[in-house]
Design a protein around this ligand. Structure first.
Ligand code: DLL
Length: 432
């Protein structure tokens, strides 16, 4: 175990540590983060009212929309000269959400990932292919730093270019890989087609950033000849490594010396008893650059406080079973229907109605993403050339807004079924 004392700390001691850290974090944020201070004041709360984790439930929630409202740096708790790196992810509108890390935050992040890697048997003798995207997405750089911390050799491959990925893992003798589970399936299929499975040196795979099932795990393990582990995280809280599986694969340990999880009822906002399913909420108790208190992740989850067979005492979260908002994860990219609506409404001429239907499916283990967009009566034409010109324009705008390819179909006026209640914008046919 990388950090035996912390990872196996008895719950009473862990809670004492969390309490001390929470009290400091609340005080620090009250002084430095306007949004948090205002919310505390609205509730009539002062930092002195928080004496420990028993008071956590009194504190105000934080929301994804806060990151939009205070874009780009308004929620940072350190001056920019102390922010060493930023990452970003999709917001609910065209504006991305931005997060920042101090040197200590980056070190803590690498340590959280290194704990997992050590837990699943990665050592300095491993050759680790990082096939998560490098860039504003937290996956690539996040895993990279953890692998370096362990002392293994990193292949900073990034995502895409499947033929080169496979050639590299064969030639460089990669023993471990990380990427999204859907990409792992795709790699596995290509490897099968090429008949090169026996040339691989892979033993371990670490997958996350999107939901995946036990069936998918078995298929990936079979196709790549590896043991596959789940890793969870979100940009707002850290990126990958908020929680990870250990060798027993019975839930993901949340690193509770840094993050306090709660499960709430998304309607009543009450904290639910241990073991119940509800919305996952996180409080960061050590982060300096971009701390958050009671951040509503929108992931639907449950927590298991029983001690794990591995000896770690840190709570295990089950695989998230869905979301309490309308965010979709398509090929590992977070997509909100409102981002699509914003692009459609921004198109010249105003001839596109905001009536659309997003169709997502999984074919040959790859997510497909199509969009039906209704033409207005005034632009209605059956001239194929002009239709395909508009389709191309929408495709390009969406690609630049979402960073994702989408097949756009213009459809006849009033052909998308109207709903009597909430508009149904998404048809998600994926079976995990
Ligand atoms: O996906 C961070 C990450 C990178 C995690 C690499 C794991 C590996 P975001 O782009 O901000 O960050 O998306 C966060 O993705 O709220 C979940 O809905 C979903 N998600 C992440 N990991 C898992 C997982 C990264 N293992 C959002 N299982 C989260 C299910 C996951 N859903």
């Amino acid at each position: 175990m990388r950090n035996y004392e912390i990872e196996t700390m008895p719950r009473s001691e862990l809670e004492k540590l969390q309490s001390e850290r929470l009290v400091n974090q609340v005080k620090r944020m009250y002084e430095r983060v306007e949004c948090f201070r205002n919310r505390m004041d609205e509730k009539g709360l002062k930092p002195e009212d928080v004496k420990g984790i028993e008071d956590l439930h009194k504190l105000p929630f934080a929301y994804k929309s806060d990151l939009r409202d205070y874009y780009p740096y308004g929620l940072f708790a350190e001056p920019l000269e102390n922010i060493r790196r930023v990452h970003a992810s999709s917001g609910t509108t065209g504006k991305r959400i931005v997060v920042g890390y101090t040197d200590n935050d980056l070190d803590m992040w690498a340590n959280c990932i290194a704990r997992m890697l050590e837990g699943v048997g990665i050592t300095k003798n491993d050759i680790f292919q990082v096939s998560f995207g490098y860039g504003l997405f937290t996956g690539g750089f996040g895993l990279h730093a953890g692998v370096e911390k362990i002392g293994a050799t990193v292949i900073p491959m990034s995502s895409g270019n499947t033929a080169l990925q496979i050639q590299t893992m064969i030639d460089f003798k990669a023993t471990a890989i990380c990427c999204t589970p859907s990409y792992a399936m795709y790699l596995g299929e290509e490897i099968e087609k090429m008949g090169v499975k026996d040339q691989l040196s892979l033993k371990v795979g670490i997958f996350g950033a999107e939901p995946w099932s036990e069936n998918m795990r078995r298929e990936i393990e079979d196709k790549l000849g590896i043991k596959a582990y789940d890793i969870y995280g979100l940009s707002e809280i850290l990126g990958p490594g908020v929680s990870c599986e250990c060798e027993y694969q019975c839930g993901m340990h949340v690193w509770e010396d840094h993050f306090i999880p709660e499960i709430i009822d998304p309607e009543t906002l009450e904290v639910l008893p241990h073991g119940e399913w509800g919305e996952l909420v996180f409080t960061t108790i050590t982060k300096e650059g971009f701390p958050l208190i009671r951040y509503r992740t929108r992931d639907i989850c449950s927590l298991n406080y029983e001690k794990c067979k591995c000896g770690r005492t840190h709570v295990r979260m089950r695989k998230p079973s869905g979301r309490s908002d309308d965010m979709l994860i398509i090929r590992g990219v977070n997509v909100f229907p409102s981002q699509i609506e914003e692009v459609l409404l921004s198109l010249d001429g105003g001839n596109i109605t905001p009536n659309y239907l997003i169709k997502v499916d999984r074919i040959n283990n790859t997510d497909t993403f199509e969009l039906d967009v209704e033409m207005s009566e005034s632009m209605f034409t059956d001239d194929v050339k002009s239709i395909s010109k508009v389709e191309k324009e929408i495709t390009e705008k969406l690609r630049s807004a979402l960073g994702l390819g989408v097949k756009v179909h213009l459809v006849n006026p009033k052909s998308i079924p109207r709903s009597e209640g909430k508009a149904k914008r998404v048809l998600d046919l994926r079976k995990l």
